[in-house]
Design a protein around this ligand. Sequence first.
Ligand SMILES: Nc1ncnc2c1ncn2[C@@H]1O[C@H](COP(=O)(O)OP(=O)(O)OP(=O)(O)O)[C@@H](O)[C@H]1O
Length: 836
Amino acid sequence: MEEEQLYIVGEMKVIFFENASNFYKVMLVDVIESNLPQKKDEIVVTGSFGQVTEDTVYRFFGTVVEHPKYGVQFQATSYQQEKPTSKNGLISFLAGERFPGIGKRTAEKIVETFGEDAVDIILDDPDALKKITGMTPKKREMMRDVLMQTQGTEKILITLGNYGFSNNQAANIFNFYRTETLTVINENPFKLVEDIEGIGFKKADQLAEELDFPAEHKSRLKGGLYATLQELCLSNGDTYVDGTVLLERTIHLLEQSRRFIIQDDIIIEALMEMVMDMKVVEEHSRFAIPSLYFAEEGIASSIDRLLKKKSVIDYPGVNLDKEIEAMQKKLHIQYGASQIEAIKSALSSPFFILTGGPGTGKTTVLNGIVQLFSQLNDLPDDPMEYKDIFPILLAAPTGRAAKRMQETTGLPSSTIHRLLGLTGQEKDSDEIYTQELEGKLLIIDEVSMVDTWLMHRLLKSVPQGMQVLFVGDKDQLPSVGPGQVLFDLLNCKSLPQVELNEIFRQSGDSSIIPLAHEIKNGLLPQDFRKNQPDRSFLPCQTHQIEQVIRQVVEKAKQRGFTAKDIQVLAPMYKGPAGIDAINKMMQEIFNPNDDKKRREVVYFESTYRVGDKVLQLVNQSENNVFNGDMGEITAIQFAKETEDKVDQITILFDTVEVTYNRNNWNRFVLAYCCSIHKSQGSEFTMVILPMVKQYGRMLRRNLLYTAITRSKSKLILCGDYAAFEMAVESSGDIRKTLLHEKLERNLKSEKIFVSDEGETAIKKAETFPALAAEAAAVEKFRPEKQAPSVVQNNLVKEEKNVTQTIYHLTMEQIIRGEVDPMIGMENITPEMFMAK
Ligand SMILES: Nc1ncnc2c1ncn2[C@@H]1O[C@H](COP(=O)(O)OP(=O)(O)OP(=O)(O)O)[C@@H](O)[C@H]1O
């Protein structure tokens, strides 16, 4: 016999605890009725609840649990608000205080019209209340809103649960669409892929199948295209995808998700519609997510703006050479020729990039620039004397890099997120209002780590007249997010830039820096396997890595090195030479718990103890803690000891202590060993770097180079020599981006012609030339066939800043004589042509 499900009907009296991010609540309920084995007048109910109101009666379903400290509790798996059961009850509910302005007569009319299911009918059909005469649109809207808020949230969360979404996913979905959740999902479940992080195409497609969306439904095709485009950009770091690749990969995804053959033509049709609707942007058969496309566009135009207004900054009556000469004397330094060139260019260009490998003097030059800039602009040497506004702003992509910058320049520095007032939780597609920065000079370090979205936001907030100086090492790993902004900027040779190549650190000082430079150039030096005072190579097999690292670390510990000084870097998490295994081993060396005196907790596969070294994985600007920051666990508190009644871990970072409830423990990991990507922007006294063939496609030159340059004074390389060779030989893929092109185009002020007619047809033909029939059909739309009025119209369209290009007639084509640029332009004046 099936067991009856346990339930409680009761009035919610008070919420003890709630977590806004996932709806988890702990509340006290006065029991009216229940089928619990033990009768109770009141009980604590826990679980995920939407908006619940005090003094309201709910029916909870779930199980009884015995809490070690608080005794019997009811863990609710689902719940609903008790609806008034009789007609009279329903009338007084609808005429109650919740619905201001609704009197008894209107409530009666509603119940007469819809019966006892009135609430459900109103919730399901937005137009239902139109049937009630005498109700103004405002009142109708108010009533539905209130019902949505009280009953709707629960209904939505329950429905999402039935669709197979976890509590967290349901909370994210609901928080995004609010009361529109079910309408959006029923209309197009694939929107979830676009809007909600963590929901992939397959999950959306399962739901769509349940909702009877056919395999060839346009929304499904578009959802597949968008998901593929997004996935390819995010996994490869590209900012666009070639048309043919996009089609092939999308068809594969669609056919894999449901066994149904998808024809090319319907998918092309769907793609064209997306382009027309601006869901996807196309340029020369390359397809991009709008937020990325326009971010690149924005970067290019911001730089253009910075350079065009005033291309040279002059200091009347000042001879920069002489000033630099004087500064060299004062600082007892002799700058190299490129260093002098860098200082001069940085001071006299509105926008300037300084690049170079380790030890080439970037920091030295940066300090020189700051000193001279302060002198030329009559700024006080001591930042403490700055009033209100800091004239020189310094920032870096990570907290650690910002801190290092502050130490080397003596000026206050922050993360870019903090500088812009971003929380780090923003969606990249969000159009965020970023305030203009105030100051005279903006210096950004570690620019190689800045992705396309962040760079766009940063440059957008630079006001006219503020000088911008980017510093970075182009050979480091590119940003985690899409793009390779520093690489593209440097590739645009007309942008003011200097690359420092001379190594200034004494060769006797370090053998790590020359090693880094050789690796950068694609070589392993002859002496790679020879032990040096500051570096050594320990050959070993994959299964020996853990043992070798253990020996090195134990020895180092005996010599006084702490967990903070030593950083193991690896490119992968899993496997015997992976980050997870090494972390476990290192934890036992640096923070063992043999006597069981240290507090510890288990979270998924990791054990966390007081004293552990941990790494922050996300930006949390409200606490001034950022992705890549390292800290130490200073306290672990168990649920029964905390006010919120949840397990908590407290971590001390450089300057702040942050406490994380258990549901946020995914924001950090053990950090004795971390990924090379996560180590970007940081430096450590000793770096231990294993490399084995099992790391496979991760064996790349820029990864090896980045890892090696994290070491300040000791570098231990271990593993397979052949793996190091493989890494150094693999120069890695250049990401596919449009930024370089856009920069060149802007700087040359090249114009793009936009045709108005036959858009879809032309685009189709140009994008997929295989469709020859289409190409023939659109011949009449080509510019040379168009009347002057059309071309004129196009110029007007461009004036309105229409960035969605339809038919391109590039300067190159004109130069190559492929098209006569004057055809159809007889009535156009040069002014109209040049108009922006
Ligand atoms: N012109 C110079 N004359 C003498 N020493 C120099 C000169 N330029 C730099 N150095 C010295 O070389 C070393 C490396 O310089 P610096 O720290 O500025 O380089 P960097 O490019 O910032 O290096 P990293 O990226 O490793 O931090 C420092 O000890 C610095 O004092």
